[in-house]
Every structure is written in C-alpha cells, then in structure tokens.
Design a protein around this ligand. Structure first.
Ligand code: SF4
Length: 327
C-alpha cells in the first residue's frame, strides 16, 4: 500500500474512532500499520487488563484473534466488542474444546486445571485458573501450592507446559497431548546453531511456546512483553538479538529503536508470521468502524453466552488474584 493510502486510512480511522466512541486494542503480532492505529498495544495479559478497564468508550475493536476478543467481552460485558476480521482465530485455541477439559478432570480427579489464555471461552469456563505466558510460572506454582499438589493439568500448549515444569518444578499433564502454536513450534535447534554462527555477538531470546530444546539453548525465555523489556533493558550493552517469536514484535522493536540489529530465529528474511493474526488489515479496521457507525457491524461483533462468560470470568479473575506480572 502507498504511504498516502496508509495516511488516508489512518486519518479516517482516527476520525471514526472519535465519532463512534471506539477504542482500538492491538496485539504486537499485528502488522505495523494496524499496531500504529491502536490506542493500546500489548500482549495477551496487557490487553486483558486493558480490556477490563475500558470505561470511556462504548465500543472496543480488537485487532488480534478471537479468543482475545472473547476475553474483552467477558471482562467488560457492557461494551460492544468487534473484530475487523471475524474469521481470525487461533488454531491452537480451537483444538481444545470444553469436552476434553471435562474428560481430563474426570481422569485426574482433584488436580487443578490451569488453562493458557489462548483457549476458547467454553474451555475457560471448565477450568480453575487462566494464565498467560507472562505469568504461567507464577500462577501455576501458586495454584499447585494452594491445592497442595505437585501436579497440575494444563493446556493447550505442550511447550508452555515444559517451561512451567522447568521453572516451577512441578509436573504438568498437558491436554491435548501434542497441542502447540504452529508459529513458535517451527523454530528448531538447527536454526539456533545456524543463527548463532551467523551472528556470534547476538543474544538469543525466545517465547515459551518454542520447543523445549530451543528454550534451553536461549539466553532468555519470556512472554512477548518480557522479551521486549529484556531487549530494551539490555540495549546499552547489547544491540543485536536473534528473536524466536512472531515477526510483529521484531517489526515493532525495529521501528522504535533503529540502533537495534534484530534477526528472526528463522533464517529467512521475512521471519515467521501468524497468518491468523495477519488477517487484520488497516482497511478492515476502517471498514469495521464504518460499519459500527452505520449500525451494520453485527457480523463482526463478538458475543459470549452469558453462563459460559460468568464461569470463564471466575477463572480469569482467579488469574488476576494469583498474578503480579503486568504483561
Ligand atoms: S501466534 Fe500461535 S498462539 Fe498466537 S494466535 Fe497465532 S497460532 Fe495462536
């Protein structure tokens, strides 16, 4: 898209936000144009906290995938929550249905169930506590202690389960057994060796959705916001990083800090992208705002059954009581 087209769309979006009393929340994995029109940019934990605290606007446009927009609706039910593209979903979240959570509870009675926020509302409604990648270790440790157990049930990411087992020193039963994020699971130890050779002075930072052997080879493992803080906090000593996560975070950091030399852990110039997150475009953000103004955005509104929402809210609220992490 030409720069002038982008500027025109950005101008329309800013005006429509004011006219329709709408706030735009955007995830770091969005394309940079969409990140730029967000009133708040964050990872799942930061966006959840922000969605819960929106009071000034009537509408929330959530530029991310559907489970995140569901969380916004659950935490702030009086707001209308819309997605620019209603088909943007997370394949990992979609794989864990409520029935499988219930089966695991029957199979392992008495064990606490902690679900990653990357789950559908129907699954959240059946668990005890939610966590994000930013607070998974803290939440799972505290839950295991509170329940008096050395084992928890967790889903749907086997790699995050490994991170929790390693850092919290507890056992984790993962459901589904092979659940993972196709974006982060594609990084390999061969990528680590190759990029370490190409960029010997760089530090390797990766997301806990990466494979266990990739996590173990890294200098730092953390959530999106934790990686961002690690890199920004270390910039005075080190300006070169190999990063094992979705390209949106690298694009955000590169735009903000031109001094940084950033390389995806995937040895290809374009890095790795979540095609589900990238379904949202600047035009679609403008279009949903136009539809809100015209009263025709019902096809992009996110609704959650009230009974499911009430039970899911309890598990999300439980996360906030266990977690001190801010993002
Ligand atoms: S990056 Fe992975 S976990 Fe996040 S939305 Fe995409 S597929 Fe789901």
């Amino acid at each position: 898209m030409m720069a002038t087209d982008t500027q025109r769309l950005e101008g329309e979006i800013q005006a429509l936000k004011r006219e329709t009393s709408t706030i735009v929340l955007a995830h770091y994995y969005q394309v940079t144009d969409v990140q730029d029109v967000g009133d708040f940019l964050g990872d799942s934990l930061g966006l959840s906290r922000k969605a819960a605290s929106v009071t000034s606007a009537s509408n929330i446009v959530f530029a991310a995938v559907d489970f995140m927009a569901e969380v916004a609706k659950i935490l702030n039910p009086s707001k209308h929550v819309y997605m620019p593209d209603r088909t943007a979903s997370c394949p990992m979240a979609d794989r864990l249905r409520a029935a499988e959570v219930l089966q695991h509870k029957q199979r392992f009675p008495g064990l606490p169930v902690v679900l990653y926020v990357n789950t559908l509302a129907e699954a959240k409604a059946e668990c005890d506590v939610i966590c994000t990648s930013a607070n998974a270790v803290e939440v799972c440790s505290k839950v295991a202690r509170a329940w008096g157990k050395d084992t928890i049930i967790m889903g749907p990411d086997r790699n995050l389960s490994h991170h929790v087992e390693r850092e919290a020193g507890i056992k984790v039963v993962t459901m589904p057994e092979r659940g993972c994020c196709y974006v982060h699971d594609q990084f390999s130890t061969e990528d680590v060796e190759y990029q370490r050779q190409r960029f010997p002075g760089a530090k390797l930072v990766v997301h806990p959705e990466c494979k266990p052997d990739v996590q173990e080879a890294a200098d730092f493992v953390g959530s999106t916001t934790q990686m961002l803080r690690y890199i920004e906090g270390g910039m005075a000593d080190c300006q070169e990083y190999v990063v094992g996560t979705e390209q949106g975070l690298l694009d955000h950091l590169a735009k903000k800090h031109q001094v940084l030399r950033l390389h995806s852990l995937a040895p290809v110039p374009q890095g790795v992208a979540c095609k589900n997150m990238k379904k949202t475009t600047l035009q679609k953000v403008r279009d949903v705002l136009l539809a809100i103004k015209a009263g025709t955005a019902g096809d992009r509104e996110v609704l959650v059954d009230e009974q499911i929402a009430a039970r899911a809210r309890r598990s999300i609220d439980a996360m906030f009581t266990y977690s001190t992490a801010s993002g």
